[in-house]
Design a protein around this ligand. Structure first.
Ligand code: ADP
Length: 266
């Protein structure tokens, strides 16, 4: 069963690269558009086999005797973490493919950002605890702003996930909310590894990962900050970083408060 799961996994990867090379052919004017559509279709199609694989692995883990076999147990754990990593990659690719195609709906409503941020922090607390990192929230409560609730939460989730990932054991991560004139600001500061000056303009590029993060054992595929930048952009805002290698980083998102209510295609 392990071998067949591994073969299925390899098959998915081979199919993806084959289809990508096939779809890339054609006139240059349409090739780019077709490529983007393809990434969206492929990401969508890959979700089902990946979730089947994940539930198969879960079932195998509960099979009698597997727990007691250290070799099988180790293989299953490795496979599970790779399938989870690939699932994250596929869903990030899907978000970006939809963003490129302009087929995304943005629903703006009034929300209390302090409450939304507190919820994101709460859901990430077990993960931060396991890394020995403490999360804090500072700012006015409530902080009423207009924005797309799910996407603003996703943005904060990406920044917090990174802050925890690149922090040492015992590190503190602070989320700060504020409002001034016609803008509101959300910043995430950590005491982690920091970012080299020459990398700071590149971290928002797709698939960019600094050498420092590649050599660490933390997972990632370099798409989180591209998504964060896109979310800030569709709200008419900006995202910027200040960092000193070895001395932590602060990501600041600045957004206009006067967003139009309602659903809009982006
Ligand atoms: P990844 O999945 O690699 O974290 P991101 O797009 O979220 O992808 O981030 C791109 C790169 O920016 C990371 O690989 C890392 O080099 C750097 N980075 C992002 N956030 C931080 C942070 N809080 N501290 C240090 N480096 C960071």
């Amino acid at each position: 069963v392990l071998v067949s799961l591994a073969v299925l996994f390899a098959g998915v990867a081979v199919w993806l690269s084959f289809m990508m090379s096939k779809k890339a052919m054609g006139p240059i004017s349409t090739a780019f558009q077709r490529q983007k559509e393809f990434v969206g279709d492929a990401s969508h199609e890959l979700r089902t086999p990946l979730s089947v694989m994940l539930s198969s692995i879960d079932a195998l883990e509960m099979t009698d005797g597997v727990e007691e076999d250290p070799f099988a147990g180790k293989l299953l754990r490795n496979m599970k973490s790779e399938v989870k990593r690939m699932t994250g990659l596929v869903s990030d690719l899907l978000v970006l493919a939809r963003a490129d195609s302009g087929s995304v709906e943005r629903t703006v409503e009034e929300l209390d950002m302090e409450k939304e941020a507190a919820q994101v922090i709460e859901s990430l607390t077990p993960y931060a605890d396991s890394a020995g990192v403490s999360l804090f929230l500072e700012g006015p409560a409530p902080l009423f702003v207009n924005g797309d609730r799910a996407r603003l939460k996703q943005l904060l989730y990406i920044l917090l996930d990174n802050a925890v990932k690149y922090s040492p054991d015992g590190g503190q991560v602070k989320v700060m909310l504020s409002q001034r004139d016609r803008h509101w600001t959300m910043s995430v500061s950590d005491e982690g590894i920091g970012i080299d000056a020459e990398d700071q303009s590149r971290i928002f590029d797709r698939f960019f990962r600094s050498d420092k993060s590649r050599t660490r054992t933390v997972g990632g595929h370099g798409l989180g900050l591209s998504i964060a930048k896109w979310i800030a952009g569709i709200h008419g805002g900006t995202i910027a970083v200040k960092s000193e290698p070895g001395n932590g980083s602060t990501f600041t998102v600045q957004l206009p408060t006067d967003q139009q209510d309602g659903t809009k295609r982006m």
